[in-house]
Design a protein. Sequence first.
Lengths: 712, 231
Amino acid sequence: VSTGPETLELPIPEVQDRFSRIAATAIVITALVGAMVGFLQARASRSGALANIRAQRSMVEAMGGVLEVEGGAATDFTTFAATELQRQAAASTFQRRLFLSGEEGLLARMEEERHTEIAERLQQLSPLTPEAPQGPERDPVFPFRFFVEREHEADRLWALADAANEEDAAWERQEAGFTAVLTLLAVAATMLGLSLTVRERVRVVLAAVGVALLATGAGVGAWLGTHPPHPAPDQAAEAFADGRVALKLAVTPEDYRAAYDHFTQAIELRPTFALAFVNRSEAAFYTGAARTTGFSSHTSPEALAASIADLEEALDLGLETRLVFGNLGFYRFLQGLQSSDPSVLEEAVDYTAAAVELDPTDPILRYNHAAALLADGRIEESRAAYREGVLHAVYSDVERRVKRESGLDIQAASGALTDLELIRAAQPDLADVILELKQYVVASTTLQEPTAPPGTSPPASEVQVRPFPAQLVWESPLEGYDSAEHLAWVQWYRREPTGWAGISEVSGVTPIGGSAGAYFGNDYVIQRTFPPECVRDGEYRVEVYLDGHLVAEGEAGATFGEQEATVLRDLNVVLCGPPEWEPREVVAGVVEGAVAPGGDEGMYALRLESAPEITQGWNAARARAVVEALLETYADQFPGRPVFSEDVGDDFFMGLEGPEEFYFRYQGGLVYAGVGLAEDGSVIVGAVFGPDERFDDGLLQVVDSLNLFEAL
Amino acid sequence: MLPPVSAPDTDRPSSRFRTLVALAMALVSVLSAVVAWRAAVVSIRASDLAEDGMLQLVQREQIEGRLRAQVQEDLRLFVEYQEHVKAWRLLLDDAEEIRAQHPDLASDLQAEAQSELSQARALRPFFRTIFVDLGNRKGDVEFGGQAGLEYLFERNADLQDLQPDVLFDGSEREYGRVVNLILTVALLLTALLFLTLAQFRSPSTRGIFAWAGGAVAVAGTVLFVVLGFVS
């Protein structure tokens, strides 16, 4: 009995030994690989920690840097304001001096000189000047450019923080990879160890699995070790910040193209820069947009595709924000309408729903979701979504207790009407539903509660549309209109290649002028757009709603050629003139204008502080005397000395009181001069001049465009 | 003494059984490694979300602070503006009051009033948030600071897109998943223990351990499928 085991053990130990040696060696190799992977994991952990510290440091530096930059900007701005106050005081004294003589005149001159000298000294303390690109003479939306340019550093620092954060995450992912490899190796060691404890052929299976896991772990570990994350170059943040500034200041498609190029550079330097993709998407959209300021719902199919591609890239990179979902949803909606592809509209519904989920209080997102549902044929769901949109437009909080004061409800409603117009253009069979929904949105926004238009509709009326260079005007008898009973909503549209696009800036609840049988509305595009815009060539349409009932709609074309808005901030005057005209300051705060480079045509505005000597007993003769005196005083600013020619009448001039208009003549040209009294009692004169033939070809448009910048 | 005849017969099923159990052990081991890796990935995602949330929170505070400061700047300017507008109206009223008896003095007051008005007008371009007019007949101007701030908050696309709370919620959710995935790993390791016992225990009990191991492994696998890929 005792020899039995010996005879059995003789051949087996040899086999077992060979197998055991191999298995034991494999276990040792597994341990060795594990140690190396452990080292790599520790390295990844250290690098991740360092990146995390960099991210936090960048965040703190960004906070501090932003405070410093903004503090400095505020100081420069305040100093410049003090400078301008002194300049204004000097200008005011100068005007007073015009009517004084003797000792009083001498005192006024000395006072003017004092203010001027103080202004000069203060100006030395601020880099901001009136004629700087960021100054009030060159920036029509002063001080927007000044502050946006100062935001560059903040954007750069945030981009650096974002890059460090991303690098930290990449190291963490690598660390996780190593953890997985270590787990695999542990399992491999277990399998190999287990294979030593059994005799049957199963040990071969266990050993084979162990070796396979070892090989896999070693391979993955080697791949991870040779592919560490790389920090993004700082230039990517610089290019991103450049793009942000360019995007915020962009007005023309070329400006948007420049912003697009900056973001492209940032992406090339850091291909995983999700925020750069989102910003480039916006720039891409506007490179093809028919309207590049304010809100636009229209762009070329190419620009739309590029925008969508960038947003999808951002989404793939993990940026799941309301902006990404919201824009992707809206762009898919536009694309779905252009292509009539139901699957694209389905995507639009899903994306807009995701955006609404992220921000349930934003009425624009809700209206976009409702529009996507409608375009997708889900009419009842769309009606419900519009109801939700209206509620969130009227109230700013989720509980719907606090009403909005910011005007977002009106802007959102105008956008909603644009979406509905787009659907109507693409799916004419929905016209009845669209009219119902438009009236619902308008009635609810006008009356500040979700409601269909109440009562019976007043009868439909004819409406005449009259575009002017700086304003859109409509005239209608508006039968049944009662100012005590009805609230009016005027909605303006401009025809874009894909349909009518609402002009939200001049749309909304508005007072109506005129009297029974002859009502009208003046909507000054130049006053309400940012930056100020003139009326562009194209077709315009107006819809007039009374308590939400659509009672009048009409269209007309505008052909003014290329014109550009000029804002004379000190004088509170705006005009639309040829793009080549340049701002000119003759006497700051008194005489300023815009003149062609050759000086042969242009416009001057003059403002005189109210003086009883001038304004008391204001009439045509007094008005003519003032204009003659001023033109005589500044005759050297015109191509020739203006001499009175003709009294045009007293119809309307810039909405001023006591308007009077005259023609003056100089050799080879004309001066149109209008004058009137502003609400604050000051006298405002506008003088447009140029060769006779130009008055038949453009200069009268400039006269029509003259207006107060703010209705003061 | 010869060995029992039946001995080889009981060993054959035992060999198959052990092979199957060994294969199950290998599978469960690999699966637990995958689950552990998945837990690590989810944990990192949770950590990423928390870090992004923190970045957004700081960024949001910075933007909100900047916009509030902008309105405060307007308020400081508004005080000066209101002084000038009020002085303009009061001086005009005074001028009208004495014009009949003292016309020259009235003219001086009116000139002074104009000077105040021009100072007020010079301040207007420097308001960045609110729109200011000349107020009512008494020269009282409304300061729409709250509406202005609401306007700034609603129109700031950067601010609108910063939702740190959403990210923090997401992070919390992901951390919850990590806990559940680790629980799954524990289940799979329990299954492994049962299978190991099945491998070494006597024929009378190994079947029970094998079944228990299999059942726990299946439960762990189901739990992983539910937790591991559903966010």
